[in-house]
Design a protein around this ligand. Sequence first.
Ligand code: MEV
Length: 288
Amino acid sequence: MSPSRSSAPGAAFLLGEHAVVYDEPALLFAVDRRATATVEASSEDDLPDSPYVREAIDRAREHADEDTPLAVEVSSSIPVGAGLGSSAAVSVATLHAAARELGETMGSERVADEAHEVERAVQGAASPADTYTSAVGGFTLVGNGKRRVDAPPTEFVVGYDGGSASTGEMVEGVARLVEDNPVAADIVGSIGDLSRRGVERAETGDFDSLGDLMDMNHGLLDALGVSSSSLSRMVWAARDAGGNAKLTGAGGAGCVVAYPAKDGVREAVASEAEETFAVSPAEGVRPE
Ligand code: MEV
């Protein structure tokens, strides 16, 4: 028997990270950089040292009602802890491949729900934004409910500063601010308003005016204390070249997403980034 292999994409926030933890909407797209899980029945368990993988395997076994020992290998081209949903992609790919190896199919919506439980078990507070987007692919709107967004394909630029930050710590920092200062709670609500407007612009393919909302969103995330000098340098490089940009994910360090992926914006971001790449909305979890 050959092993079961599945891959799942990363995810970037166009609008709404952090606010989505407070059930405000967020607009995301699946990034065409993927994590791949290879799962094979074995004489004994051989799992990588990752709580996400171990938790995902436990949940796949529960789903399949089958506890066959498994050998699991995971590889990924998604920067880790950098705002592109690397742990969500690993959880989604592992669940999908393990369920198949155990003789069950797990549809993408079910994979999304199970992977969200994996993230909650491992990191505490986590919204379903990254896991849902990685499972179903394309553009998504996640908040009080979750759905795919029918928007035309386009290209964005990701700039990566080479750093990483703990999502849990960044989320806790915002929670403290929201508790201490009612203005921070208002900012969270305003970020939700940006996503509500942004989804209409995405659906009509008006990415230029969506970009204006991304700029505003970065300013509000900065006010919540989750930007950094290197993230802001990449954002300002994109703006100075006539584009729009914001940090993506938990912040602190990691990645920005910029638009458009042409007219010198990519080159400008590259001048401040350790790595830069163009991304377009990707297919969700799939067998390989
Ligand atoms: C992390 O990728 C995004 C946050 O909104 C946390 C979450 O949604 O779970 C900061």
